[in-house]
Every structure is written in C-alpha cells, then in structure tokens.
Write a new protein. Structure first.
Length: 99
C-alpha cells in the first residue's frame, strides 16, 4: 500500500485554487454571455416578415412559424410575438417593432 505525502498534496491544492482564479473566470463568462444576448435583441423589425426572419435566425434557422401577433406593452412599446415550433417545443420570440 502506498501512502501519500500530505504536505505535497496541500501545496498542490494551494497553488491550483487561488482566491480569485475561479471568480475571475466566472465573471468573464457572465460578461461574455450578457453581451452576446444583448446584441441579438438590438435590432427592431419594421414588418411582420422581418420579425419572422429575425426570430428564425434566433432559433437557429429551423422550425415552423405558428403565428405572429403585434403586442403593445404597458410602457407603450410595441413588439412582435413570433411563435415558432421547433423540436416539439413552441417558443415565443419577442422582437421590438420599429416606429
């Protein structure tokens, strides 16, 4: 039976788990995810067809469009609600309507 040198294991643990290494990685991942999501929603659609095209792009270019509605939010902004059936699931993509 082989015994491990506990001092060697402790030193290894201290080096690999620095106080900010994991949190810095997590922070950068969160920032990358947040900026990627905001760029997708940046454009507004001026017509139903343009909203469908944008929603299909967000859905990976696949699926069947079930319907499109223009909805006015409480803050007065209008958006297109595009329902897409893909992989057995219905997803509603909200695309802001340009004025």
């Amino acid at each position: 039976m082989r015994l491990l040198n506990t001092d060697k294991v402790r030193r290894h643990r201290r080096r690999s788990s620095g106080p900010g290494s994991c949190s810095a990685l997590l922070l950068s991942l969160c920032l990358l995810t947040a900026t990627a999501g905001s760029t997708v929603q940046a454009a507004d659609a001026s017509s139903r067809q343009q909203a469908i095209d944008m929603a299909m792009r967000q859905n990976g270019g696949q699926g069947k469009v079930l319907g499109v509605q223009v909805i006015r939010a409480e803050n007065g902004q209008s958006y297109f609600a595009v329902k897409i059936l893909s992989n057995g699931r219905v997803r509603v993509h909200r695309i802001p309507q340009s004025r």
